[in-house]
Design a protein around this ligand. Structure first.
Ligand code: NAX
Length: 328
């Protein structure tokens, strides 16, 4: 039996948490031979702690052979103790009348504290995925608040955007979604993101040539992927949860177990590639192997793409300057 991997999940009693935990415990994220210990964090309020207790009871009732333990807590330092993987899902949602700026600042407080707690007690190799919005900037704040950990280990989730783009493109090009290679979503997890299929292929056929419709790209594909989250809320009355949990599992599984040469999108701290300032958490195409990711470099950036990348970068820079005073 392998040594159990410790996985922290924050916001564990929320919608995404509920769609995520059972799949992690059944081995879908780290493999069917990998035991896990779940370390679950919720807010220190009665309702959240009671809901968390209920979720833990259900986890017990599944009798998952791979679930080697579960901890439920309202203390980040307990939740993050020795964790190998941290899924930071819990975040402050936008309340009535709340400005975007206020939302950013409220979340900055959460992610400063959680970054500091990771810095103090997590495994020195902890892999962190921030799902809670604004995901890129929250990941940046956590990274900056954890000076003793490797900045490369702080990532933000753009995989849901990547998966949404894959499905839209597969339908338009009439190819199987699993055959598509070479897709990228650049930038921020927000409607400014730039899904880019210029390099995408299916069974060796270039999909830009196959689709051959610049108008569809600019006026249907890009806005549809960017506004998909809002369309789900409109249809379901609730934000994406199962698809978001699925994307989190894809992100960590590929990071830990490898993408077999396939490009996947991860929000990672820039190394200066493509003119993105160093440290900005930006969606890039990466390949993954042996627990490490490698940026796909030296891709051509045409005028259209440059404008799209500049736009999403400008938004991230604005978010970053809005929280700069908190990070010293
Ligand atoms: P819910 O409101 O259902 O659940 C969030 C849970 O987090 C709640 O149970 C709450 O008590 C808890 N929580 C809040 N602050 C916390 C803190 N400081 N420590 C621990 N727990 C805390 O939201 P849900 O639908 O699960 O979404 C969670 C986050 O994911 C939101 O910020 C949402 O905007 C974001 N999303 C990000 C996506 C992405 O692709 N990056 C897509 C889906 C989703 O919209």
């Amino acid at each position: 039996m392998k040594t159990p991997v410790r996985v922290a999940v924050t916001g564990a009693a929320g919608q995404i948490g509920y769609a995520l935990l059972f799949r992690i415990a059944s081995g879908e994220m780290l493999g069917k031979d990998q035991p896990v210990i779940l370390q679950l964090l919720e807010l220190p309020i009665d309702k959240a702690q009671a809901a968390l207790k209920g979720v833990i009871m259900e986890l017990e009732d599944c009798a998952f052979p791979l679930l080697a333990g579960v901890i439920g807590t309202d203390d980040a330092e307990v939740a993050f103790k020795d964790v190998d993987i941290a899924l930071l899902v819990g975040a402050r949602p936008r309340g009535p009348g709340m400005e975007r700026k206020d939302l950013l600042l409220e979340n900055a407080k959460i992610f400063t504290a959680q970054g500091a707690a990771l810095n103090k007690v997590a495994s020195r190799d902890v892999k962190v995925l921030v799902v809670g919005n604004p995901a890129n900037t929250n990941a940046y704040i956590a990274m900056k608040s954890a000076p003793d950990l490797n900045p490369r280990n702080f990532t933000a989730m753009l995989r849901l955007d990547h998966n949404r783009a894959l499905s839209q493109l597969a339908a338009k090009a009439e190819v199987a979604v699993g055959d598509i290679e070479g897709l990228i979503v650049w930038g921020n997890h927000s409607p400014t993101m730039y899904p880019d299929y210029r390099f995408a292929t299916a069974n060796g056929v270039n999909l830009k040539d196959k689709v051959g419709d610049a108008d569809w790209n600019a006026n249907t594909f890009i806005p549809q992927v960017g506004k998909r989250g809002a369309a789900i809320i409109e249809a379901r009355g609730l934000s994406s949860a199962a698809s978001a949990a699925n994307a989190a599992i894809d992100h960590i599984r590929d990071w830990v177990l490898g993408s077999n040469g396939k490009w996947v999108t991860m929000g990672v701290p820039s190394d200066g590639s493509y003119g993105i300032p160093e440290g900005v958490i930006f969606g890039f195409a990466v390949t993954t192997q042996n627990g490490e990711y490698t940026l796909v470099k030296d891709l051509e950036v045409d005028d259209f793409s440059q404008k799209a990348i500049d736009k999403t970068l400008a938004e991230l820079e604005e978010e970053r300057s809005g929280v700069a005073h908190l990070l010293g």
